[in-house]
Design a protein around this ligand. Structure first.
Ligand code: AMP
Length: 178
């Protein structure tokens, strides 16, 4: 049977670490599997952390200054004590009212932190975020904190993948007509 071979070009600026051959009995194509490591290569591995004893007021200032929605809570800058997001600040207001600015971050943060690895695929992290209803996932490589992935990062890369898929299908349809 004729099996068209689709070799997808790489999206601009992205180095794909692993490719998987995919065969559905009719098409044989190389599917690009983008990994967390691919995002980190572009966005960098700097992870801003905040110590647990700092106050909600300081946290709010950090989130605003960095223009981010969450921070990893860490005493030493590597081990993860928790994660704290803008939602925790919003809910904290309901719990602590006017006392919120002086409340320590340790009272607001989530202690059971969901993490991923640089080798995880972006699509799996996307599923994880949907299932756990979280928008930020710290990245750990063994014991080392090596990055943080936000839902914005994931969506940006997923849109790139979908655009690429659409381009390939369009090229294929055009080629098939000739
Ligand atoms: P977010 O979607 O990041 O604004 O967070 C929503 C809630 O989930 C907040 O209570 C966070 O503390 C918590 N949260 C965010 N990211 C994680 C994570 N990776 N693991 C566990 N909890 C998280």
């Amino acid at each position: 049977m004729f099996k068209p071979l689709l070799l997808r070009p790489r999206p601009t600026g992205v180095t794909v670490t692993t490719n998987r051959w995919y065969d559905d009995g009719f098409h044989t194509q190389m599917e690009l599997i983008m990994k967390v490591a691919d995002i980190l290569r572009i966005k960098g591995s700097v992870v801003r952390t905040v110590p647990p004893h700092e106050t909600a007021l300081l946290l709010s200032g950090h989130l605003r200054a960095e223009q981010i929605g969450a921070l990893v809570v860490s005493t030493d800058g590597n081990s993860i004590d928790g994660i704290v997001s803008e939602r925790d600040l919003a809910y904290g207001l309901a719990t602590y009212g006017g006392r919120l600015p002086t409340i320590p971050i340790s009272e607001l943060m989530t202690k059971a932190v969901v993490v991923c690895s640089p080798e995880d695929s972006i699509i799996d992290v996307m599923r994880l975020m949907t299932r756990r209803r979280i928008r930020h996932v710290p990245v750990k490589d063994g014991d080392q904190l090596v990055g943080i992935i936000s839902i914005g990062d994931v969506l940006k890369h997923r849109l790139g993948e979908l655009q690429l898929e659409a381009d390939v299908l369009r090229d294929y349809a055009v080629a098939a007509r000739h």
